[in-house]
Design a protein around this ligand. Structure first.
Ligand code: UDP
Length: 424
């Protein structure tokens, strides 16, 4: 198949860990590569955010990244990209007229808008459009309230993308449950998780040097909803209970190397650690290259993932694949990936005491930590290899193509309207 991936803000070529670069970038890069390994030809369309970028950049054998001019050729926060999606669609339509794909897979709601718009332009062959949301605006608003910087149009346009797409590829069961009340017919939803690169993330390989302290590691963007603040508070609870031999290594942020301390999120979290009296137990490593993460994870006794909510969350999988037990909030994709009592422990969100209890339990049980680590490696290999994810995604593409060939009578003739009878 000739597959067009559309990922407006998240380039598979980007550096990870900054405000707008995380799991979606990893997902698009790895899924595209794994589909190419199955013999497909993949083109990824992403927004040009630098004048100097060539139009086409090969990612690997069978995958090419095309930089689409839409808005200024400079970094623009993703929540300010909506006005440029018309131009993005113009460019996509131009490409697809010249080089017709067999299937289109858009990522994040604005890519979905542009892809659906372009696919219905005159002269475009109109292949099935499948969509992965990566995050849902209504969930974000529920948790972030007025701190959510998404444009107001999102609440109307995002569900419309779900209703108009020929298929929605949800990354976890929790997301599927969120989509149905938005009017997305359950018959068009497939659940295919994100995967993990278990050649990179494996227990075998070097570990970073470490101290004698029990080491907790967190990895990810440092935006408040990722819950690093709660983990710092848990560290303080542990210290108050006499466990002052526990340290926290925080990886991620907008800066790397010596510039870490200039990152406003690091400053915010450092102030929090100071207020909690555990500044001396927390190390901010800043952004690490993806290839540097396995060694950092191998130095951990435990990884804590404490988001308030999480559309999927690749980091717990990376920890599991590396053989490290995980304490994770029971939200979003983490409900599916981390198995409570088998690969780690689930805790409620925004609950520092619960994290402290879970860590305390695992501190006392080294044999259990080893067992959780082993079970994580097995689960990541069996359920979450990118090869399996690509095979399942391909099945969703073929299913949407069959449905389209069988004739979905209302296809794209119902913009902005929920279909009768699908709300349940
Ligand atoms: N990541 C990285 N270096 C960093 C911080 C994060 O390579 O300094 C990677 C991390 O390994 C993971 C991704 O960024 O693959 C974050 O994905 P996740 O789904 O956990 O969170 P998101 O950022 O999408 O909310």
């Amino acid at each position: 198949m000739r597959i067009s991936m559309v990922s407006e803000h998240a380039s598979p070529l980007a550096t990870l860990g900054g405000v707008d670069a995380g799991g979606q970038n990893v997902h698009v890069a790895a899924l595209s590569s794994a589909l190419a390994a199955r013999g497909h030809a993949v083109t990824v369309y992403t927004r040009r955010d630098d004048d100097a970028l060539p139009e086409r950049v090969p990612l690997c054998d069978g995958v090419e990244v095309v930089h689409v001019t839409a808005g200024p050729p400079a970094p623009v926060p993703k929540d300010e990209l909506l006005p440029h999606m018309g131009q993005f669609a113009d460019e996509l339509a131009e490409h697809w007229r010249a080089d017709a794909p067999d299937v289109i897979h858009s990522h994040f709601w604005m890519s979905g808008l542009a892809a659906l718009d372009a696919a219905r332009r005159p002269g475009v062959a109109s292949p099935p459009v499948l969509h992965t949301f990566h995050a849902l605006g209504n969930v974000k608003k529920r948790h972030q309230g007025s701190d959510d910087t998404s444009p107001p149009e999102r609440s109307l346009l995002e569900p419309q993308v779900g209703r108009e797409a020929d298929g929605v590829v949800a990354t976890c069961s929790d997301e599927a449950f969120e989509l149905i009340p938005l009017g997305v017919p359950s018959s068009r939803i497939s659940v295919v998780p994100c995967g993990v690169d278990n050649t990179l993330f494996s227990p075998d390989g070097p570990a970073e040097p470490r101290t004698d302290r029990f080491r907790i590691v967190t990895v990810g963007r440092l935006v408040p909803r990722k819950g690093v603040g709660t983990t710092i508070s848990a560290l303080a609870r542990l210290a108050a209970r006499g466990h002052d031999d526990v340290e926290l290594v925080v990886i991620g942020g907008s800066q790397g190397g010596d510039a870490v301390q200039t990152d406003p999120d690091v400053q915010r979290l450092l102030a929090h650690a100071r207020a909690e009296g555990v500044e001396h137990l927390v190390t901010f490593r800043g952004q690490l290259r993806h290839e540097e993460l396995p060694a950092a994870l191998r130095s951990a006794d435990l990884v804590v993932c404490a988001p308030w909510y999480e559309p999927f969350g690749i980091v717990p999988l990376e920890a599991m694949a590396t053989g490290v037990p995980v304490v994770a909030t029971a939200v979003g994709g983490l409900i599916d990936t981390v198995v409570h009592g088998v690969t780690g422990v689930h805790v409620p969100p925004r609950d520092a005491d619960a994290i402290a209890d879970a860590v305390e339990g695992m501190l006392a049980e080294p044999a259990q930590r080893v067992a959780f680590g082993r079970a994580g490696v097995a689960r990541a290999a069996v359920r979450y290899s990118w090869a399996k994810v690509a095979a399942d995604t391909e099945r969703a593409y073929r299913r949407a193509a069959r449905a389209q060939a069988g004739g979905r009578p209302e296809r794209r003739a119902h913009a902005g309207r929920a279909e009768g009878g699908v709300r349940r």
